[in-house]
Design a protein around this ligand. Sequence first.
Ligand code: S3P
Length: 202
Amino acid sequence: MFQPLLVTDRRGGINPRASRTLMRDQSLPNVALIGFMGTGKTLLGRMLAHRWGWRFVDTDALVEQKVGCSVAQIFERFGEEYFRQQETEVLRSLENLHRVVIATGGGVPTRTDNVISLRRHAVIVWLTAQPEVILQRVQPIQTRPKLASAAEPLAEIRRLMSERETAYACADIRLDTSTLSPEEAVERIEELVRGWKPRNLT
Ligand code: S3P
């Protein structure tokens, strides 16, 4: 079970260096970042892993490696259902890892099995952002099969985000990254993960 360990200085603030050392504690669960495209999962996941000396994995990259072509090509050649199946298999293969930050594809929580799998070994952090910010961040849109063919991408972002809201709400922690710099977002995630009230990993 996750034991939050806070190291405070004399004034009660969190001591960042000691905090980083404690993130090396073997008993900590993994951290999984979920959320819509363009909310910062890959960038922030990579930064967090680097900061804590943890391993970083990205489920889209693992699926690409497994299948041997890009996500856009997988959608085009084999269809979304095939992509989702590969994604589920990749997630399963992560269950025995430790001290890993996982950036997930935006559709991962739409399958209950994926959520159950992540909840077995990770604190789940839901990154959000305003739809207008997301539209700017997901360019070039041709690389995003769920948005590429939409006549009105902003409306499609809004529609998909609202359709997935309940699925994303499986998270333990939520953070809006719209106005945060990557460094600020990373600080905030670390604070939130460390202050997270433990639940049984099921
Ligand atoms: C998808 C998000 C993408 C990728 C695929 C489908 C989605 O991942 O898995 O294009 O359904 O939201 P990112 O969220 O990492 O862009």
